[in-house]
Design a protein around this ligand. Structure first.
Ligand code: GAR
Length: 216
């Protein structure tokens, strides 16, 4: 299965996917990495792994539609089976999202639908939630919204600051993103009429909250 990964920054989720693929636990190949800024550190991670990269600076385009069109052309040049948003911090327009319906997924650092948008860990601490986490979901035109594939939960500790909580969540992101993509690669996961269908799920004993469990 061919993956194109879209990033804007650090690329630690990209790195987790690359190492899962290299270790043979993810039956997929990252065939291209695209960023909306040329200085995204994750581009170096991709290059070091021998993956072709391209940067498309969104500031050089007249409007969102023009950027989305160029981005789609770049993506399609890699002929991916699945488009993976991994810390891609640009809002994508309706037309773009519809073009990749059912093969465009995102990871978000909260238990959606709580805390869409930015600064999720800071907001979770400010609200005093006791449980926080991350979500992998199919992308729909509404920001940080869409059918949920899998979530992982972590406790919020009294001693937590933003950095400590972010690190605890990020460790789970690196676990559930390769897992969700493996389901897709194995043909067990798909989007059907706006619902997530998953053939069956083996919990690995971690902190998974039940994914959508519907037989394909
Ligand atoms: C991750 O925490 C990811 O969940 C988040 O950006 C970070 C990227 O880190 N994405 C979003 O907030 C999307 N709404 P990374 O570059 O190290 O993978």
């Amino acid at each position: 299965m061919r993956l194109v990964v879209l990033i804007s920054g650090r690329g630690s989720n990209l790195a987790a996917l690359l190492s899962a693929a290299a270790a043979g636990t993810l039956p997929a190949r990252v065939v291209g990495v695209l960023a909306n800024c040329a200085d995204a550190p994750g581009l170096e991670t991709a290059s070091a792994a021998g993956v072709p990269t391209r940067a498309l600076d969104h500031r050089l385009f007249a409007d969102r539609e023009a950027f989305d069109t160029a981005l789609a052309e770049a993506i399609d040049g890699f002929a991916p089976d699945l488009v993976v948003l991994a810390g891609f911090m640009r809002i994508l327009g309706d037309r773009f999202v519809r073009r990749y319906a059912g093969r465009l997924i995102n990871i978000h650092p909260s238990l959606l639908p709580a805390f869409p948008g930015l600064h999720t860990h800071r907001r979770a601490l400010a609200e005093g939630v006791r449980v926080h986490g991350c979500t992998v979901h199919f992308v729909t035109p509404e920001l940080d919204h869409g059918p949920i594939i899998v979530q992982a939960a972590v406790p919020v500790l009294d001693t937590d600051d933003e950095a400590a909580l972010a690190a605890r969540v990020l460790a789970q992101e690196h676990r559930i993103y390769p897992l969700a993509i493996r389901w897709f690669a194995d043909g067990r996961l798909r989007l059907c009429d706006g619902r997530v269908l998953l053939a069956s799920v083996q919990s690995d004993g971690g902190v998974l909250i039940a994914p959508q469990l519907v037989a394909v």
